[in-house]
Design a binder for this molecule. Sequence first.
Ligand code: ADP
Length: 186
Amino acid sequence: MIHTSGEARQQDRLDWSRLPVYGSGMVKAVFPGSFDPPTFGHLNIIERARTIFERVLVVVAVNRDKSYLFDADERVAFMKELVAPWPNVEVHTCDTLIVEFARQHACRVLLRGVRSVQDFSFEFELSILNKGVGPEVETFFMPTDQKYFVLRSSAIKELASFGGDVSGMVPPVVAKALDRVKQAAR
Ligand code: ADP
């Protein structure tokens, strides 16, 4: 075994020969996120991933320390409605480490969408952290479709709060909900 540093790397503790080898089309992927709210960018990643992986488990993050515009039930309801046409996509919630969730659901792939070099640098560091926790879970990066590279939930919420037109950025169900939030805040 070759070590690239004096310290044995966490993943070297794995006996790779004992892991199951899946044929193509038999791998499940976890796609975690806040989805606060879901955008066409998220849906594009899910739609592409579902043609590659046997199943895609969309995991809506529930972080008690984070404040969301839409609560977990609303985000799950959006996602369930949006992925309903795709039979191999499931929606879950998770309030533990995502690697733990992946393990519990026998998923070897953690899928992340990447919009920019900034995203990549953040996601790359996160993938190293996750690798330390669960070496058998591999992070796969999927570059955004160029149509969606500027879509960011936080920016969309801000735009919507000022009355901007977000109809090209989020599905109609989300656009309506953003509008309701804006009316309620008046
Ligand atoms: P964000 O607020 O950045 O949209 P999320 O936590 O909801 O954050 O994102 C979940 C995953 O979806 C992340 O991997 C993120 O990089 C990815 N993602 C978000 N928006 C897009 C987009 N427009 N294109 C591709 N991937 C995206």
